[in-house]
Design a protein around this ligand. Structure first.
Ligand SMILES: [Ca+2]
Length: 355
């Protein structure tokens, strides 16, 4: 019932692979310079809680967050299934973009089920990532979440783009986290369901662990969500995706390389439509919502919500008040503006994004 994405025609794949090979090293060097020169104190500290490696939208969301000038990614923590395998995927992205300054946290494993993109990162050793490349991997991802929250001089935003399986442990071990952090989540379905259906659905992240999501909703911190109502239509089309294809920066290069692999592994029929139309990039909307751009593209309103045992998010007077992105703005300032903005964000070379 979840999400999935596109494959490039063979000719496009050859072009992309060639571009990857020719631009990879140059891109790494420029990304490093960019990371070191950003004005750290003006950005919003964020933790990304992700199940990268299953559907492709997490990969897009991570690349967006790393590229965005408003966000300071303090930690990427993995969630669900084999969280160590997911950490290897994160490490591969961070190596390719020369962003090993961003720590990785291994979240609570749920089971060892292999996911679509796991094999892409089988060549990554987390030991070598740390010893040879200066990367940081925290074995206790929940602890690392709290360490970031506690150390921050300003409240931290947790961008939750996975089933909320790390949240019960975080809240149980560190109840004061709710006073030091807020959450922006890809979560739920209020008035619209999958495929922009008029029937709300049990959205995957909630449905996977309703108890976990309920704790995240009711913890007492500020919660902002993009439910399926908005994120469920967040595809890219040729005009915006062409920006990514032509980006040639380290982020778009590794993103496209992993996408090709993802499509190959998944065998998804939707891949054959790329680059004319992509899969739904649900999680990229959550990252967008963590920036000032979110309110420029979407209507964000308060709603009282209850998480039901079967994974629905139901509006109820007895529910917890959250802020929810309910609609894209009408006309050219809404979804189409987001699509072009996302394409530009993913495509830009970090060297050109220096303040
Ligand atoms: Ca996700």
């Amino acid at each position: 019932m979840h999400k999935y994405s596109p494959v490039f025609p063979a000719a496009t794949q050859i072009i992309i692979i060639a571009l990857c090979a020719s631009h990879f090293l140059v891109g790494c060097m420029t990304a490093s310079a960019a990371a070191g020169q950003r004005a750290a104190d003006s950005r919003k500290p964020v933790i990304i809680d992700t199940d990268v490696g299953s559907d492709f939208d997490d990969s897009v969301a991570i690349m967006l967050a790393l590229q965005n000038d408003e966000l300071d990614v303090k930690l990427i923590v993995t969630a669900t299934n084999d969280t160590t395998a997911r950490a290897r995927i994160v490490a591969k992205y961070l190596l390719a973009t020369n962003r090993t300054d961003v720590p990785i946290g291994i979240g609570l494993a749920v089971n060892n089920c292999r996911q679509t993109l796991f094999s892409w990162a089988d060549d990554i050793s987390l030991d070598s990532y740390q010893k040879d490349h200066g990367g940081v991997v925290h074995e206790d991802g929940v602890q690392s979440m709290y360490d970031v929250i506690k150390a921050s001089a300003v409240p931290v935003t947790i961008v939750a783009i996975a089933p909320a399986t790390n949240f019960p442990a975080l809240l149980k071990r560190y109840p004061d986290a709710v006073h030091r952090a807020s959450v922006v989540a890809m979560s739920g379905s209020l008035y619209r369901g999958y495929g922009n259906s008029s029937q709300p659905a049990a959205e995957y992240n909630v449905w996977q662990c309703a108890v976990c999501s309920r704790q995240m909703y009711t913890a007492g911190w500020a919660l902002t969500t993009t439910p399926l109502d908005t994120c469920g239509v967040a595809r890219m089309y040729a005009d915006s995706f062409d920006l990514v294809l032509g980006g040639l920066g380290p982020y778009s290069t590794i993103l496209l390389a992993s996408w090709i692999r993802w499509c190959s592994e998944s065998g998804s029929s939707a891949c054959s439509l790329a680059p004319l139309i992509t899969d739904v990039f649900y999680d990229a909307v959550a990252v967008t919502l963590a920036t000032s751009q979110g309110a420029k593209f979407m209507d964000i309103e308060a709603r009282k919500v209850v998480v039901t045992d079967d994974g629905h998010t139901v509006i109820s007077e007895s529910g917890t008040e959250i802020q929810a992105a309910l609609n894209w703005h009408e006309g050219g300032t809404g979804l189409s503006a987001f699509q072009m903005w996302l394409g530009g964000q993913l495509a830009k070379n970090s060297a050109s994004s220096l303040p």
